[in-house]
Design a protein around this ligand. Structure first.
Ligand SMILES: Nc1ncnc2c1ncn2[C@@H]1O[C@H](COP(=O)(O)OP(=O)(O)OP(=O)(O)O)[C@@H](O)[C@H]1O
Ligand SMILES: [Mg+2]
Length: 264
């Protein structure tokens, strides 16, 4: 196989360790992790609390640096970069979605989404507002651009956060428990959006505790005690759009049942 024709991985880490030092104690949060992620993948990272998922995501997201090991992001060697270089790389290549949405409360949806473009020091994107509006339209919130977070449902707030992650056209979307604060229907709605974005070519890595959520991904990586212990494709992958349609049918049937009862 020739290297030249091989697909360039979005992520390639090798032997990554993360040791936290706290006084005399050390915590080995990651103990030698190898992971390669190719363009177009959709990976769910699972594992019990404290297994190292967020530590891994923070390193992949260039929010933290490994104690040992190598990291290439989209072909660029990341380990050893300065803080400023990491910040630029984050802005150019990565989009983040968090459990708590992390939107600015006193700021409209469109202003929240525009923010990463205003931080972009390369100044590549002109007409930042138009890009922000387009990103909100892409997540189905074109009609809510002037709403503040408190005027939106949890699912809508998370979609604003996803629009904010998308507005810079990232290579990779990283999401740490993005459905952790959502009810079950809204969870499926957000997963339908992730699946749609993935079909449009965005590579996605998300952390979840919920096996049902992981079934919407294409590949599941299980972390335990700072190591990857399982890594397998998703069999019988679910389509969130189909699940939403089935929920609607069930809700209609139930409503019709009530009508029949009331008429009797
Ligand atoms: N900043 C830190 N300083 C010291 N120890 C830390 C720090 N961050 C995480 N740890 C420790 O590293 C280990 C892995 O933590 P991590 O947050 O990655 O777990 P997680 O898998 O995301 O868990 P959860 O599912 O609860 O979010 C834990 O033992 C945690 O206590
Ligand atoms: Mg975590």
């Amino acid at each position: 196989m020739s290297e030249v024709n091989a697909v360039r991985p979005v992520i390639r880490i090798g032997g990554v360790q993360k040791i936290y030092r706290m006084g005399d104690n050390t915590v080995a949060a990651l103990r030698g992790v190898d992971l390669t992620v190719l363009p177009g993948e959709f990976i769910a990272v699972m594992g019990t609390s404290g297994s190292g998922k967020s530590t891994l995501m923070n390193i992949l997201g260039c929010l933290d640096v490994p104690s040992e090991g190598s990291y290439h992001l989209d072909g660029v060697r990341v380990d050893g970069m300065s803080r400023n270089q990491l910040a630029d790389l984050r802005n150019q290549k990565l989009g983040f979605v968090f459990q708590g949405f992390n939107l600015l409360a006193r700021t409209s949806a469109v202003d929240n989404v525009e923010l990463p473009l205003l931080y972009d020091r390369t100044g590549k994107k002109r007409d930042t507002r138009a890009h922000a509006v387009a990103a909100l339209e892409r997540v189905g919130l074109g009609g809510r651009i002037d709403h503040h977070p408190s005027e939106l449902s949890g699912g809508q707030q998370q979609r604003v956060a996803i629009a904010r992650a998308l507005v810079t056209s990232p290579t990779l979307l990283l999401a740490d428990e993005p459905t952790g604060n959502l009810d079950s229907r809204t969870t499926v709605e957000v997963m339908a959006l992730f699946q749609e974005l993935n079909e449009q070519g965005i590579t996605i890595l998300l952390v979840t505790h919920e096996p049902e959520v992981a079934q919407y991904a294409k590949r599941i990586v299980v972390v335990r005690d700072g190591r990857i212990v399982r890594d397998h494709p998703v069999v019988d992958r679910r389509r969130a759009a189909d699940d939403l349609a089935a929920m609607d049918v069930a809700a209609e049937a139930e409503a019709a049942g009530h009508d029949v009862q009331e008429a009797a």
